[in-house]
Design a protein around this ligand. Structure first.
Ligand code: HEC
Length: 122
C-alpha cells in the first residue's frame, strides 16, 4: 500500500513538473547549453563555434531592428524546425525533438529580453 502511495505521489509530481512553465533560470541554462555555442552567451551571434567558415552568421539577438521583423511565431518555427524550414541556413539546427514546447516558449521570452523588442504581430 505504501509503495502505491509513493508511485501515485511521483506520478502527480511528474505531471505537475510537465505543466509548469520553464523558469528564467532554467531558460538561461537551456540557452547556455544549446544556443550559446553559436549565438554567444549574450546572444550577440559570437559563440565559440562560429568560425570564418560559417557561411552565415548566427542571428545577433541584441539587434532590435532585425529581431523586430520576426514575430514570436516566426521565432518558434525556426527554433522548432531549424533554418531550412523558414528558408534560412541549415547551420541553424532544428530543436523540436530536443526541447519541450515550454522550453522553446521560455527561449522566445529570453530572446525578446535580449533584443528588448516585441517583434512583428502574429
Ligand atoms: C550550430 C550553430 C547554431 C546553434 C547551436 C543555434 N543556432 Fe540559431 N542560428 C544559427 C545560424 C547560422 C543562424 C542564421 C541563419 C540564417 O540567417 O540563415 C541562426 C538563426 C537563428 C534565429 C533567427 C532566424 C531568423 O529568422 O532570423 C533564431 C531565432 C535562432 N537561431 C535561435 C536559436 C536558438 C533558440 C538556439 C538554441 C536552442 C539556437 N538558435 C542554436 C546557428 C545556430
Amino acid at each position: 500500500m505504501k509503495k502505491l502511495m509513493i508511485v501515485a505521489t511521483l506520478a502527480a509530481l511528474a505531471s505537475h513538473v510537465a505543466t509548469v512553465p520553464t523558469t528564467a533560470e532554467e531558460t538561461e541554462k537551456v540557452f547556455a547549453f544549446y544556443c550559446a555555442q553559436c549565438h554567444g552567451l549574450g546572444g550577440k551571434g559570437d559563440g565559440p563555434n562560429v568560425t570564418k567558415d560559417f557561411p552565415v552568421s548566427p542571428r545577433n539577438f541584441t539587434n532590435a531592428e532585425e529581431m523586430d521583423k520576426l514575430s514570436d511565431a516566426d521565432l518558434k518555427n525556426v527554433i522548432m524546425d531549424g533554418g531550412p524550414a523558414v528558408s534560412k541556413s541549415p547551420m541553424m539546427p532544428p530543436w523540436g525533438k530536443t526541447l519541450t514546447a515550454e522550453q522553446v516558449d521560455g527561449l522566445i521570452k529570453h530572446l525578446r529580453a535580449l533584443c528588448n523588442c516585441k517583434g512583428k504581430e502574429g
